[in-house]
Design a protein around this ligand. Sequence first.
Ligand code: NAD
Ligand code: MG
Length: 502
Amino acid sequence: MTGSSHAHYEAIASRLVMPSRALIGGRWQSATKGELFETVNPATGEVLATVAHCSAADVDSAVIAARRSVREGVWSRSAPEFRKEILLRLADTIAQHAEELAVLESLDSGKPIRDCLKEIGEEVPNCFRWYAELIDKSFGKVAPTGEHVLAMIVKEPVGVVGLVLPWNFPLLMAAWKMAPALAAGCSVIVKPAEQTSLSALRLGELAVEAGIPDGVLSIVPGLGETTGAAIGRHPDIDAVSFTGSTEIGRVFLRYASDSNLKTIGLEMGGKSPFIVLDDAEISDDLVESAVMSAFWNGGQNCSANMRQIVSAKVHDDFLHAVVERARGIVIGHSLDPETEMGPLVSAEHKENVCRFLDIGRKEGARTVLDLADQGRRGSYLGPTVFTDLSPDMRIAGEEIFGPVLGVLKVNALDEAIRVANDSDYGLHATVYTRDIDAALHVAKRLECGTVAVNGFTEGDMKTPFGGYKQSGSLARDKGTEALDQYLRSKTIWITSGADRLG
Ligand code: NAD
Ligand code: MG
């Protein structure tokens, strides 16, 4: 697959049929009011497709169908083997259609085809397989009691769940939420981000093919303030899992408190640190990690390590090597397999990121790499590296969500930890050191959900992912922990009259 050429992916693109309708209660339909919105290819600025813009009435129809499916138990009370078989089939179907899905997503989001192929060809099917396999291996508990009592703690699906998704990893984030929610036995209503609805809609077609019963999966494309809000405010949705900005995460908590107190799982922004201690060797591996942790996906990654906190002893060597590697990032057409960085997701988002470039300069940060202007059509923005940052600058504290890296110099281990923790966010951190004691000390002191030591990683399917502070809530994606977002416990206490039997 990876050996294929740009022309190969262009040929697939030319044959694509753009999905445009919503999946509601097992039927593909237009929005009730006939409303549409446009989705754009950020590499060209051209409209790629027009998509149904679901209203509150459409969301309500999806909820009614979902509730009916929960009450009838077609999925929620089905045999574990049944759900497992269908989710495994879905995983296989996605893998078979990976190239087509990857091209669709690459066109819609600007993500490089090589990243889309890896995510959709490997990680997305793996996610569905992992949760499918978990279904018949998860058990409730029996509490210790006196002889004539049976106290069972059983796990039941939460019920109807809304999944509100971001645009930066469209299908992967859909999988991270859909797979555990469906494995738990919930009926789900998925709202993809308006910038990138197409791959989720195509996934819906594949899910229907794989045999997901009607009403168990609805896909309602639309804008945040209409479709997203209708999910947040709906009185008969039991839980919402959201990934996106901290600002909208806050809004979802308000929706819940103003409606039915639905459970809200949040995975939000970040400004994650990459810490280099004074004993670290500035190796190729470290430099590759530093650059990829910042510029992977054009920096549009909630766990991007955008505050690189570097010991004064190795600072200059580090900065030189990082700038040289970042200069070599291959920027190009999203469908070219050589491309490491495509356009940002939209022209509007590019403008937001550019505003931070001005802010950084005004705040007195020094630019050591400025490849922002690519002189291309479309929302391309190359890497920028700022140094001489102080922790109180806006560019050091605020999430930019674009290819803008800031480097801060520190003199001591304690100072590195203090600067790293001096943030409203707490999603991820990387630390490089050859000293195992220092590694463990720093890892334990950092206020964040994932710490990577001597290599940038977010972990794999087995490990939970989520934030501390304003990056998240108690809910976690991935791992067995993700299932907990979609299950609730019920105590069944049976008092037996068996004592009459002696
Ligand atoms: P966003 O938070 O506005 O959107 C995320 C999802 O929420 C989308 O599906 C959107 O339609 C929906 N939404 C938006 N407004 C809503 C509302 N009022 N009610 C209900 N739903 C609503 O994110 P964005 O606009 O796509 O990006 C803005 C910023 O968010 C980015 O610059 C970045 O800082 C951050 N972001 C973070 C992540 C992440 O992975 N944590 C992902 C995308 C964006
Ligand atoms: Mg788009």
